[in-house]
Design a protein around this ligand. Structure first.
Ligand code: ITT
Length: 211
């Protein structure tokens, strides 16, 4: 069977290829199919994930998995949040977007890790051409560090230090950032917001445990 990964973000696509590596599905990306990018008019991650998944499922006639995600910084009232991609602008200037986060934190005098708390959030929607869909979310808490650390991952990874860890997402291997392990009762677990949302999706699809 074929599954559309309804994203135009190469970093996300690479992570989904790894998360889904053990499954007998053929993955095709929205980019490979030449699907148009729908306008993300939602006011929540879940709404935007649904918009992207439904548009791709209907346009392709295949089930489609979409991801809407972002970095929510507590001292910035959750910004950039659902605007995380938009803060980088059309040139995808994430160095600039990370600087903007840091400047805003400094403007608020946020210096301690506690004052610099943040979370990565991901909403996934798996939609079918029939219009049915399954929605899940995952999140990981951490803090914003400055300067950025590490060249791995994508987007805001170099400034995000997950709670209880010494390496930023930018310094972590993909297995460490989003590798999924099956725990004893058959639930998928992982560190990143995307891995955790994926675990929720697996739990919803396969309530009896791993297929
Ligand atoms: P699609 O809509 O085509 O999937 P996008 O990049 O526009 O791609 P979003 O609207 O969901 O996706 O924006 C989420 C942004 O949040 C994304 O561009 C990243 O910069 C950031 N982000 C999300 N997950 C991340 C992660 O695991 N590591 C670093 N940054 C992440």
């Amino acid at each position: 069977p074929r599954l559309v990964i309804a994203t135009h973000n190469a970093g996300k696509l690479a992570e989904f290829r790894e998360l889904l590596a053990a499954f007998p599905v053929e993955l095709v990306s929205a980019g490979e199919l030449g699907l148009a990018e729908p306008e993300e008019t939602g006011t929540t991650y879940a709404e935007n994930a649904r918009i992207k998944a439904e548009a791709a499922a209907i346009a392709s006639g295949l089930p489609a998995l979409a991801d809407d995600s972002g970095l929510a910084v507590e001292a910035l009232w959750g910004a950039p949040g659902i605007f995380s991609a938009r803060w980088a602008g059309p040139d995808k200037d994430f160095a600039g977007a990370m600087e903007r986060v840091e400047e805003d934190l400094q403007d608020r005098g946020a210096v301690t890790p506690d004052q610099r708390r943040a979370a990565f959030v991901a909403a996934l929607c798996l939609a079918w051409p029939s219009g049915e869909g399954l929605d899940v979310e995952g999140a990981v808490r951490g803090a914003i560090v400055w300067p950025p650390r590490g060249q791995l991952g994508f987007g805001y990874d170099p400034v995000f230090l997950p709670e209880g860890h010494h390496r930023t997402f930018g310094e972590m291997s993909s297995e460490e950032k989003h590798g999924v392990e099956w725990d004893w009762d058959g639930r998928a677990t992982g560190l990143s917001h995307r891995a955790r949302a994926f675990g929720e999706l697996m739990a919803a699809l396969f309530p009896e445990g791993p297929p």
